[in-house]
Each structure stands twice: as structure tokens, then as C-alpha cells.
Design a protein around this ligand. Structure first.
Ligand SMILES: Cc1ncc(COP(=O)(O)O)c(C=O)c1O
Length: 382
């Protein structure tokens, strides 16, 4: 038979970043030596004590369902962490999810109706658009590219975009794909607009532990933001736990009770022993987190220098492990050439609504980064 697919599912495309990673994997399977700079995952192992905590939890029989919103110990540890960041949080205001992506999905489904307007800051992570479209929302996009990917100089553009019609604004700092960390003045500008127009805000803080010389501010810690911000975070990036699938959202108890309905009817709960490993990650990984961050910082500096040597000026990212390389106007053709001619995998900026750029992930060793730049130069792509 031929299925009658929902109109909803036909509104979205598969994830572009995963599509490139799959292409790189295919080339590798054919024997090619691909430098894969397309991945959104740290290239470090999960800290050993976290893995051990997960195994111990499994051995101790923590293999059944947990309470829907998460085990109390993890929700407490998350609330503690949020309080350390200046957010007034209680354990009952947390939903633990299988990955931050699921948390974002639940938030968008909880807030956005057909025809509701959602404001995105471009370049924006690929799944925001898809999640808003799945909910039937309309996108209104503000382009940060002309402002060096920073929000503060784009506040007038944001003010022109946000109105009484806006339901939700999504902010992601440090940003995927640009690595930009928004200034306090920028976030205060967001706050002023959100309060003035009574808009809810998602603050996606998944890269918050990976920043260089600047401390990202939690939007929910600003005056006036506590009851209109949903903070989303997760374990994938800071603790190199992408495959464990663990994340969370924090908002008011009223919000949590509404979103909890979707959570309970879809995922039931995050994996029990993974949640227990999450407590260890939050409480005992400071050294490992700093080590990974410093490795990322060294790679960022190296790449900026290497591109500069080839005359390419890249906006220096203050966080995450990505940068946006200016390439041909047809960035998709450029990325295709990069993988076909140089065996270097990157993601076209168009996937993030930023044509003319390629996203470089520096979750790769310094040797591989050097190799990638050399290959791109040899193929006359930079
Ligand atoms: C900006 C951003 N938010 C959320 C996620 C989702 O992370 P996870 O579902 O692995 O926790 C990612 C992963 O790439 C991301 O880049």
C-alpha cells in the first residue's frame, strides 16, 4: 500500500547535519580517509567515573521506569546547578528528558499552536525550524550574519521582529552553528522585548560549559525572565554523552505540569540508569570538563591561525566547538566539492539559514584539523 502521510510530517526535511555525517560514513566505508568536521559531538570519551556510575546503576537493578519527570536525585542536582547559575530553581520545576532535543520538542509542542509566530536568530540550529513547523508555527527570522553573528548589534532588528503576535523566541548561547556567546547587554535587550510584548523564551544552554574567557549568562537569571523562560540543557556536549541521551528543561511548575502530559504520553521517562550516571556527571566531572574545554580552545585558536594564513577571515567564536567559514555563495556546492575533492566533511550554512558559509566542527584532533585545512587549500577551496 501507499501510506497517506500526514501533512505535518511532510512539512519537514531530515536533519542536514546527520545527512552529511552519513555521507562521510559512506565514503569511509568505501575506503576514503575523510576528515569529518561535520559532527556535532565531542570526540572525547565519556568521563570514566560517569560510565562506571551508569554500569553500577544497571548492576544495582535501576533498569525499570522512573517517575515521569525524572529521579529525585537528578532533579535536585539539576536544580542545584541552575541555582549556581543564578536561576531560582526547584527540583519540581524540572523535566528530565532523553536528550535536550526531546526537551525542545516538548517545549515547542506545549507552547506553539497552528499559525503562532516563533522568532529565530539566524544562523539557527537545524532542528528549531523543523520542530516549529511540526507544531504548525510560523517562523520570523532575524539574521545575525551581517553583525558578525552577535546579537547585541542586531537588537534593533530583533525589536522590529518581535511584536504582540510573537508567541515564542528561541535563543541559543553559546550558539550552534556560530559559536557566538551573546553579551549580557544583548540578553537584557531580549528580556526587555520579551517583557514588553509578553513573549515566552527558550534559552537553549547546551553549550554553556564550553566557552573561552567569557561566562555565558542564563536568561532565566535576569529580572523579569523567571516566569517566561524555559531553560533547556543536556549532558551530550559538556560531558561527551551524546549517545546516552540525557537532557532537561526547567520552567515554572505550571509549565512543567502542562509539558509533563506530552512527556508522559511519549517517552514515559528518561532511561533509569542513565539518569543516575547524570548525577555523577553533574557532581564529579569538573576536571574532565575543563580538560575538554581547554582542548577545544587550543583547536579553535589553531584553526583561526591556519585560516588566517590562507587569507580567510573567520569570526572568532567564544564558545561551543563550531565556527562559520565564509565560502562561495553556493555553500552547498562548496561543501559537496569539499567532500568529493578534499575528503573534508562540513555542513552547508544553508542548513542553518546562513548561505555563503560552511559550518566547521572542531571536534577533531589538531593533526586532523591541520590536514583538513591543507586539503582544502590544495583543492583551491580556500
Ligand atoms: C543547539 C543545540 N541544541 C540542542 C541539541 C540537542 O542535544 P541532545 O539532544 O544531544 O541533548 C544540540 C545537538 O546538536 C544542539 O546543537
Amino acid at each position: 500500500m501507499s501510506y497517506d502521510f500526514s501533512e505535518r510530517i511532510q512539512r519537514v526535511e531530515p536533519s542536514a547535519t546527520l545527512a552529511i555525517s552519513n555521507l562521510a560514513a559512506e565514503k569511509e566505508a568505501e575506503g576514503a580517509d575523510v576528515v569529518d568536521l561535520s559532527v556535532g559531538a565531542p570526540d572525547f570519551p565519556t568521563p570514566e567515573n560517569v560510565t562506571e556510575a551508569g554500569k553500577a546503576a544497571m548492576d544495582a537493578g535501576h533498569t525499570g521506569y522512573t517517575s515521569t519527570n525524572g529521579v529525585p536525585g537528578l532533579k535536585e542536582a539539576i536544580a542545584d546547578k541552575l541555582r549556581d547559575g543564578g536561576v531560582d530553581a526547584e527540583a519540581d520545576e524540572v523535566i528530565v528528558t532523553p536528550g535536550a532535543k526531546q526537551a525542545l520538542y516538548e517545549v515547542v509542542q506545549t507552547l506553539v499552536d497552528e499559525g503562532d509566530e516563533v522568532v529565530l536568530l539566524d544562523p539557527a540550529w537545524v532542528s528549531y525550524e523543523a520542530q516549529v513547523k511540526l507544531a504548525g508555527g510560523d517562523l520570523n527570522r532575524v539574521d545575525l550574519a551581517p553583525h558578525g553573528f552577535q546579537l547585541e548589534p542586531a537588537l534593533d532588528d530583533l525589536a522590529a521582529a518581535v511584536s504582540e503576535d510573537t508567541e515564542l523566541l528561541i535563543v541559543n548561547s553559546p550558539s550552534n552553528p556560530t559559536g557566538a556567546v551573546y553579551t549580557d547587554a544583548a540578553l537584557e535587550g531580549v528580556r526587555d522585548l520579551a517583557v514588553e510584548h509578553d513573549v515566552a523564551v527558550i534559552s537553549d544552554e547546551i553549550y554553556e560549559r564550553i566557552s573561552y574567557g567569557v561566562e555565558p549568562t542564563s536568561l532565566a537569571s535576569l529580572d523579569g525572565m523567571a516566569d517566561r523562560t524555559v531553560t533547556v540543557n543536556g549532558f551530550s556536549k559538556a560531558y561527551s554523552m551524546t549517545g546516552w541521551r540525557l537532557g532537561y528543561l526547567h520552567a515554572t511548575e505550571e509549565f512543567v505540569s502542562e509539558a509533563g502530559k506530552l512527556h508522559s504520553h511519549s517517552v514515559s521517562c528518561a532511561t533509569n540508569f542513565v539518569q543516575r550516571a547524570g548525577i555523577e556527571a553533574l557532581e564529579n566531572t569538573e576536571e574532565a570538563v575543563v580538560e575538554m574545554r581547554e582542548a577545544f580552545r587550543g583547536r579553535r585558536d589553531l584553526l583561526i591561525d591556519l585560516f588566517e594564513e590562507h587569507g580567510v577571515d573567520v569570526a572568532v567564536p567564544d564558545g561551543a566547538f563550531y565556527m562559520m567559514l565564509p565560502v562561495d555563495a553556493d555553500d552547498e556546492a562548496w561543501c559537496e566539492a569539499a567532500i568529493e575533492q578534499a575528503n573534508v566533511a562540513t555542513v552547508p550554512g544553508s542548513a542553518f539559514n546562513a548561505p555563503g558559509y560552511a559550518r566547521i566542527s572542531y571536534a577533531a584532533s589538531e593533526d586532523r584539523l591541520r590536514e583538513a585545512v591543507e586539503r582544502l587549500a590544495d583543492a583551491d577551496l580556500i
